[in-house]
Design a protein around this ligand. Structure first.
Ligand SMILES: Cc1ncc(C[n+]2csc(CCOP(=O)(O)OP(=O)(O)O)c2C)c(N)n1
Ligand SMILES: [Mg+2]
Length: 583
């Protein structure tokens, strides 16, 4: 505890508790009112501080760091509009269940609403997006004040980590002068050792996590249900735990279920047994005859619902009993048709069910796996080695170029969809991340850099050109990050996704371009130059591994919005023709 004055005492006691509670990263934006906490964070040896000027980028950086590390990351800014810039990332953290600790400095109550400057109403600014809001208040550095700050820190970390759903927490912290660490004699009046120093080496109040071990009743009953299913499938959507791979692969083997695996489930790629993984489900389910031939009677869903439209439609149209495994307290059920949501540890469930079923293992799901082989052969012929540059082919080439330990952060809009549709199953041990809670195209560059920084994993950010434009300022954070960050920008000069929508046909082309296509002519080379980044425009997909090997750089891949829809349709037709031959 720093007894220089009351503010340093309260702020340092608070930060001491954060450190003892396991907080290791904070992202701070410059400002005066936040000085007591900024200095306390900066001087706390266990906490690494990154300073980012733009609060919107700072929040997305923290979001990426927290998502990739699975641990809470703190954000600190000054009073006023600064804190409102956190809002998009707070929404994403809410929807994606990412632990963020938002610390907003504020003016004390007597300086609010009187034109004192840089003051807005910060009370409950993020509405219902946060797990907990606390107006921490103004306090003396006495026993009661110091214990309050210590206790709030413990409670905030527990709430961010999840009781049971992780997410953002907002603490509003008003400070009176002096904001600088100038000595004030007699400012610390506390005498209680607990208020002054907390507990040596551990938090004031430790919070025990809820036990999510499934009961044997649940395991027995569901295993019987799985054993009775005739056409069961496992759907694996976004989740980050690589420990789920082996038990889920085992469950697939003994149950005879295929795993329809989105890359962000971490199940599509990795060193585990991928024999039951179906990667081409998006293309396969676009074929109505195929979709009808594999109508499921039981669906086990792990992780979030994947993005794929045909997959969602196929699930919604089936009468299958749909079991959602969601240990984190969400309502991850957009089809409104699930028969049960299981709040239990997914790894334990998969392992427990597999152990009960392995005495009588079932055959492999040849309908799915045969179709997967056919589709992959077509995609490989169309998009494999030496294919000309196109958006689908780029994802194929990226998939082949990822290396063990890489982290891939993929933008909303077409990049995440094309990755889901075209990325092949591959043994590389890669962590696939995205911001799919709110599907924003904002902040992706910052999130990717934050994830790289928090994990030290060589990172590839895959973004569209408008996504890059939206968070161009995020590139500024690269100067403090030593981990390689390759930013692959798919430059189709505008919003390529909108060409897949009915608006394309309903608007005349001038209106469509003005309102949705929105070409902005962003020159990636100039953007790179602004931040001293190496830039390379890819002329051939064969050059991709060499370009990625450069390390931190901006890799520009030019594509054409106007031919992109046709190339997607062409692939779909080729797959459908090959499936017809199979019948
Ligand atoms: C913050 C935010 N603003 C607007 C949108 C609506 N939106 C969805 S996709 C898109 C265009 C994205 O263009 P780009 O990043 O170039 O990707 P492309 O569609 O070309 O693949 C927009 C504006 C959004 N999802 N998020
Ligand atoms: Mg674009």
């Amino acid at each position: 505890m720093d007894p220089t004055n009351a503010n340093t005492a309260l702020a340092s006691a608070f930060v001491e508790e954060l450190a003892r509670g396991g907080l290791r990263h904070a992202v701070v934006s410059p400002g005066s009112r936040s000085t007591p906490l900024a200095v306390a964070l900066w001087r706390q040896p266990e906490i690494e501080v990154t300073v980012i000027v733009d609060e919107r980028s700072a929040a997305f950086f923290a979001l990426g760091a927290a998502q990739a590390s699975g641990a809470p990351v703190a954000l600190l800014c000054t009073s006023g509009s600064a804190v409102a810039n956190y809002h998009p990332a707070v929404c994403e953290a809410d929807e994606s269940a990412v632990p963020l600790l938002v610390l907003s400095a504020d003016r004390p109550p007597e300086l609010r609403g009187i034109g004192a400057g840089q003051t807005i109403d910060q009370i409950k600014l993020f509405g219902s997006s946060v797990r907990w809001f606390c107006e921490v208040g103004t306090h003396e550095a006495d026993d009661g004040g110091l214990l309050h700050y210590r206790s709030v820190a413990c409670r905030a970390l527990a709430a961010a980590r999840g009781e049971t759903r992780p997410g953002p927490v907002h603490l509003n912290l008003p400070w009176r002068e002096p904001l600088a660490p100038v000595p004030v004699a007699g400012a610390v009046s506390a005498t209680d050792p607990l208020a002054l120093a907390g507990r040596e080496g551990r938090p004031l109040t430790a919070v025990t996590r809820v036990d999510l071990e499934p009961s044997s009743f649940l395991l027995d009953e569901m295993a019987a249900h799985i054993g009775d299913a005739i056409a069961g499938v496992i759907v694996a959507g976004r989740q980050l735990d690589p420990e789920l791979r082996e038990p889920l692969a085992h469950l697939a083997r003994v149950s005879g279920f295929p795993i329809l695996a989105d890359p962000t489930s971490q199940l599509r790629c990795g060193p585990h047994d991928r024999s039951h993984v179906v990667a081409a489900y998006d293309l396969l389910l676009r074929d109505e005859r195929f979709a009808r031939s594999v109508v499921p009677d039981l669906v086990l869903r792990f992780g979030e619902m994947p993005t794929s439209k045909p997959l969602r439609a196929w699930l919604a149209a089936s009468d299958a009993s749909e079991i959602v495994i969601d240990p984190r307290g969400g309502w991850n059920e957009p089809s409104n048709g699930a028969s049960a949501i299981l709040r239990a540890d997914p790894t334990e469930l998969a392992a427990g069910w597999a152990a009960r079923l392995e005495k009588e293992p079932r055959g492999t799901p040849e309908d799915w796996l045969g179709a997967e082989r056919v589709a992959q052969a077509v995609i490989e012929t169309e998009l494999g080695n030496a294919a000309p540059i196109s958006e689908p082919a780029l994802h194929r080439a990226l998939g082949a170029a990822h290396r063990d330990g890489d982290l891939v952060y993929t933008a909303s809009s077409m990049p995440i969809r094309d990755q889901e549709a075209f990325l092949a199953s591959d043994p590389a041990d890669v962590l696939f991340l995205s911001n799919r809670g709110t599907n924003g195209i904002d902040g992706l560059v910052s999130s990717g850099i934050g994830a790289a920084h928090a994990t030290g994993r060589p990172t590839t950010i895959v973004t569209g050109d408008l996504g890059l434009l939206h968070d161009l300022g995020g590139l500024a954070a690269l100067r403090d990050v030593s981990t390689p960050v390759r930013i692959v920008v798919i430059d189709n000069d505008g919003g390529g996704i909108f060409h897949f929508l009915p608006q394309e046909g309903a608007l005349d082309s001038e209106e469509f371009e003005a309102l949705l296509g929105t070409p902005r002519g962003v020159d990636a080379a100039k953007a790179a130059a602004l931040f001293d980044l190496p830039h390379r425009r890819l002329e051939s997909l064969a050059d991709l591994p060499e370009a990625l090997a450069v390390g931190t750089s901006l890799i520009e891949v030019r594509t054409d919005r106007s031919t992109n829809v046709a190339s997607h349709r062409h692939l779909q037709e080729r797959v459908q023709a090959a499936l017809a031959q199979l019948r």
